[in-house]
Design a protein around this ligand. Sequence first.
Ligand SMILES: CSC[C@H]1O[C@@H](n2cnc3c(O)ncnc32)[C@H](O)[C@@H]1O
Ligand SMILES: [Zn+2]
Length: 430
Amino acid sequence: MKIITNATVITVNEQNEVIYNGAVGFDGGKITYVGKTPEDLSAYDEIIDGTNKYLMPGLINTHGHVGMSLLRGFADDLPLKQWLEEKMWPMEGQFTKEHVKWGTAISIIEMIRTGTTTFVDMYDHMDTVAQEVEASGMRGVLCRGVIGFCSEEERQQKLQEAASFASRWNGAANGRIHTMMSPHAPYTCSPEYIQQILEKAIELNVPLHIHMSESKAEVEQNVQDYGVRPVAHLENLGVFNHPTLVAHAVHLTDEEIDTLAKYDVKVAHNPISNLKLASGVARVPEMLAKGVCVSLATDSSASNNNLNLFEELKLAAILHKGVSYDPEVVPAEEALRMATRYAADAVFQKESLGSLEVGKKADMIMLNAAQAHLQPANDPISHVVYAANGYDVTDTIVDGHFLMKDKELITMDEQQAIAEVNRVFALLKQ
Ligand SMILES: CSC[C@H]1O[C@@H](n2cnc3c(O)ncnc32)[C@H](O)[C@@H]1O
Ligand SMILES: [Zn+2]
């Protein structure tokens, strides 16, 4: 049994408790104690001093494409459609397993360093991504993203590959890997194809993950092609009768927000990617007010351009204030829940992730609170959301195992990943 003592514990439990001189005990990957630092520590065989540290749940990044870190800085300052069609897809078409391996490795290193303990990933070469998750000790919710712009034979092959991946890896790595099925978007998959993917998801009992209503142009195209906007389109196809996580959900009407609430559709909000691709600003306060589960995500390093979820945390808390002229929307505690508790719900693991509570998984991070930019030490949640940054994280723990201890990576070789990612990037034709 291990225990972290003398820390400021930000539990993100239902009461939003912060425990000063607090401690968290854990054993076999699960939290066994949360409270004040006990006088008697004799039951514990490892005592970790958390003096001058914030101890909080690891962040959960609910949408991204980790292999795309290989394309960081490759194509900036373009709108979504042009960025995808002219820049991303031609490069991704050349990707081998090796490209995805090293793109994934640098992404995982960045996430461990900046306090993310679970990430959602939709991509190709997913066996490679899953192997990196397994080896690194991270937690992943993974899916083979499927685009239908190809022959019928290839479409069926991709569907089989996605289903095979979802069934082989679900529950792997001591339960650290969960899987989903993923039609990329309503504009890249026909209605028939989306339904076939949905049927597989139902058969395999895994959730569905899809990009939806990201740009105005996408919504207009959907109306032209199918006579309805993407939300009604997916509702009509029966998608929302199944557990679903949608990425973006930027362009929504009031009625569409009601629909998402009615079906308990989970939303991954990607504020930086949406701003950078000039897609717009999601109606987060309205969604939260109607009870939609809104979580936080980075999307990929090709549109963000990093995977530091602390940036989303601060932006989610301030962006919607500015847009609505209302400083009371998305308060700091709510933004923190979007990156933890609500995100656990968004990946259908709210019973085991998202807060520091007895019985939940020991996925947690520590931040160095003894720094000038986090003084005076008056409001830990405010400081984490508005003043801290991802590189204040000193320790990252997943399933009770340290992936970073006192800033030192335990499971990943950063220098090797830096060398290899540059080597394989140079093999691509631009
Ligand atoms: C089929 S694998 C995933 C696929 O998604 C593409 N992608 C990356 N970011 C976005 C985004 O913001 N909207 C839509 N699609 C995106 C990526 O390039 C892969 O091809
Ligand atoms: Zn995406």
